[in-house]
Design a protein around this ligand. Sequence first.
Ligand SMILES: NC(=O)c1ccc[n+]([C@@H]2O[C@H](COP(=O)([O-])OP(=O)(O)OC[C@H]3O[C@@H](n4cnc5c(N)ncnc54)[C@H](OP(=O)(O)O)[C@@H]3O)[C@@H](O)[C@H]2O)c1
Length: 279
Amino acid sequence: MSERICLITGATSGIGTVTAREMANAGGGGGRGGRQGARGGGRRDELRNRCNTQAIDILECDLASLDSVRKAAESYLADWPRLDVLINNAGIMPRGFQRSVDGFELTFATNHLGPFLLTNLLLPLLEQSAPARIVNVASRAHQRGVLDLEGVIDDGSRHNDMRSYSRSKLANVMFTLALARRLKNPEVTCNCLHPGVVATNIIPRGSWMGVAGKLLRPFMLSEDRGSESSLYLALSDAVAGSSGGYYDEHKKLRAPSALARELDAQERLWTKSAQWVAL
Ligand SMILES: NC(=O)c1ccc[n+]([C@@H]2O[C@H](COP(=O)([O-])OP(=O)(O)OC[C@H]3O[C@@H](n4cnc5c(N)ncnc54)[C@H](OP(=O)(O)O)[C@@H]3O)[C@@H](O)[C@H]2O)c1
């Protein structure tokens, strides 16, 4: 990985922090997506110290804002000569119905629309930097997901936290498969994964899920263990040239849900997403 550059979203916490640390240890300089400047800066210095490397930097980006994503992509393209690995790791599971600044349901905006736009804007540079890899951190929760695109823009009266999260993770898997189909250069690959059930900050506090999450924490995977499949897809020779796959927490290739594999549904998601982000 020496002299290769990796961009990891959501590196300020959880699975993303460990992924950034290990990518830096593997020799990749790291641009890292974080959304809070001050916190990001502090974390950058902390991570640089912990990894004993200066090869880690911060790119400010709020994935819930299309304007912020465009600015981050512009800034990346202006400052960095290449992009070898893009890991779309950031994700949220908020409580209650919320809208993004652009008017979309917040979980879908953050977990799917932001990464969809970021990836597409950086794709020409990934292609120029080939061999290059795109890794999307999805979830087994996609299996319960329904592609209710109307619910992304309606009044939120039918909103359910878990359904929204599952829909956004279904979109991660569908986006991976649809993008893999579009990639013409076999040296640019795109895969997604379920990291396992990992003890991180993602479970909202104060909800029944928060209480259950606290009780079950001792049985969850560590953040180190939870980053293994991301690192495998980003680094391993075993998956060089493999694309369009969904891997589990044991790095095993698995079939995603039947709905995730439906070409028509994938294309419907792609067309609508491209329209919503004005690609
Ligand atoms: N933990 C699990 O059991 C589990 C299971 C399956 C899948 N996953 C997936 O794994 C990925 C990583 O989650 P995690 O468990 O490590 O959660 P986490 O500890 O909460 O970390 C989430 C990261 O995403 C960032 N983020 C949130 N909203 C953002 C935004 N609008 N713009 C930019 N960055 C944003 C956070 O930044 P801030 O610090 O600024 O909030 C944080 O760095 C997610 O995609 C999640 O869906 C997790």
